[in-house]
Write a new protein. Structure first.
Length: 362
């Protein structure tokens, strides 16, 4: 059976949503709005899992309602209410949202147009449009207040937890790939990779929600922004490592460096654990593993082996695959080091990337 804490976490959103619906209806009736039911409907729609998500949904709905009210009200005021004019109003409302860069509000704008133009009323079209806007605004305000005041859930905290989960899963994938290449074994990773992809997508959504939450310092916000980018880069580094070891299950040249590779695996895993724990606790005072030393040990051993002519006894493709693996491992270490430096404030300006366009539109 679920624990008490788990049950409470499931009940809280339901209670908050119910309170928002009742409060919105009460407020709309208090202002004597003619169609008060639109206020609770709006409140129920915009209530989301976090404050940031609620703010985002609220802005989307309010903007769409405003555009639809203006366009629909204008057409009704001009007496253009037949089928052809209705289609034109929908087209204009949709296009206007595109021009104003309100793509997420397009659906709501067209729905508002339909409500204003297709439901017959005797009141002034502008009064109807204003009432509709006020009803929606009341629902939004109530939902925001409930979201902030009662058991507020922050997208920023969920974002850090998602990043920690992604890093822990990536560490597992790294171990499978590296050990599989070193030992000549294989293990299914498709399910794990799908889980990582899903987690990274969730991180992208939470990141967008966190932008609407004015919490923390500007520096903390910039760190979290860049941290999302680093997670994507670490994922790409592991993908490159996997590609470098493809078809290398039977390689023997890599066995010559088993000791150095084992040590490096341990240190990289410790680095992943450091990052995963630090992001959740937002504390960075633990000792960081000496990744650079173990990378140097591996490179020195590889150079010694090469000078001794040991590689001549193996297929060129096999030797090339090993050095591709070493290069990919170095790149992964670099990304881990940069992520740690970002969190501890040691990132040089030359390693920082612009904070814009970090999450692709897709």
């Amino acid at each position: 059976m679920p624990s008490g804490a788990a049950m409470l976490s499931r009940v809280k959103p339901a209670v908050k949503t119910a309170i928002a619906g009742v409060a919105a209806l009460y407020a709309a009736r208090l202002f004597q709005l003619p169609e008060a039911y639109w206020a609770p409907i709006t409140a129920l729609i915009v209530m989301q899992s976090s404050v940031g998500a609620t703010v985002n949904a609220s802005w989307t709905r309010l903007a769409g309602t405003a555009v639809g009210a203006v366009v629909g009200g204008a057409f009704v005021a001009l007496g253009a209410v037949n089928l052809l004019w209705f289609g034109a109003a929908v087209l204009i409302a949709y296009s206007l949202c595109s021009v104003l860069r309100l793509a997420e509000s397009q659906r709501l704008a067209t729905v508002t147009v339909a409500i204003l133009m297709l439901i017959g009323r005797t009141s002034s079209p502008w009064a109807i449009a204003l009432h509709r806007f006020l009803e929606v605004a009341i629902g939004i305000v109530v939902a925001l207040l409930i979201s902030v005041v009662i058991w507020p859930s922050r997208a920023r905290k969920a974002l850090r937890q998602g990043i920690s989960e992604a890093l822990a899963s990536m560490e597992t994938l790294y171990q499978i790939v590296s050990r599989g290449y070193r030992e000549g074994s294989s293990a299914p990773v498709d399910k794990l990779k799908s889980h990582i992809d899903e987690t990274v997508r969730r991180i992208a959504d939470l990141f967008k929600q966190a932008l609407y939450e004015p919490v923390g310092t500007q520096k903390d916000h910039e760190v979290v922004t860049l941290l999302v980018d680093h997670v994507n880069r670490i994922q790409l580094s592991i993908a490159a490592l996997e590609l470098a070891t493809q078809d290398g299950g039977g390689d023997m040249y890599v066995r010559s460096f088993d000791t150095e590779l084992k040590r490096l695996e341990v240190e990289i895993s410790l680095a992943f654990e450091w990052l995963s724990d630090a992001v959740v606790a937002w504390r960075f005072d633990r000792e960081w593993p000496d990744l650079g030393r173990f990378v140097c040990d591996l490179e020195e051993q590889a150079a010694t082996s090469r000078k001794a002519g040991a590689s001549k006894s193996y297929e060129l493709e096999e030797v090339f695959r090993f050095y591709s693996f070493v290069l990919s491992s170095k790149n992964l270490v670099r990304e881990l080091e940069l992520t740690r430096a970002l969190l501890t404030g040691e990132v040089a300006e030359s390693t920082s990337r612009p904070v814009t366009a970090i999450i692709s539109p897709g």
